[in-house]
Design a protein around this ligand. Structure first.
Ligand SMILES: [Zn+2]
Length: 75
């Protein structure tokens, strides 16, 4: 068993807390970035009439449901 003084124990807990907060922040940011990327791939906006719709297909160019203009997928 490792002997720890109270000061060492507190310092260790403080460092562990900082590491946990950093790790949580990193995971949260990564998941947010992933969600944003997925949304951008599905969401399409017409440049002409600004109609927004969701398209889960793989085609690069889709016709706008509002005005019929061919719109290119951004990402
Ligand atoms: Zn349109």
């Amino acid at each position: 068993m490792i002997e720890l003084s109270l000061t060492e124990f507190c310092l260790l807990m403080l460092i562990a807390a900082f590491v946990l907060v950093g790790l949580f922040g990193w995971v949260s940011r990564f998941s947010h970035w992933n969600e944003e990327r997925r949304g951008r791939r599905v969401r399409m906006v017409c440049d002409l009439c600004l109609e927004v719709w969701q398209d889960r297909g793989r085609e690069k160019i889709r016709a706008c449901p509002g005005c019929g203009r061919n719109c290119e997928r951004k990402s």
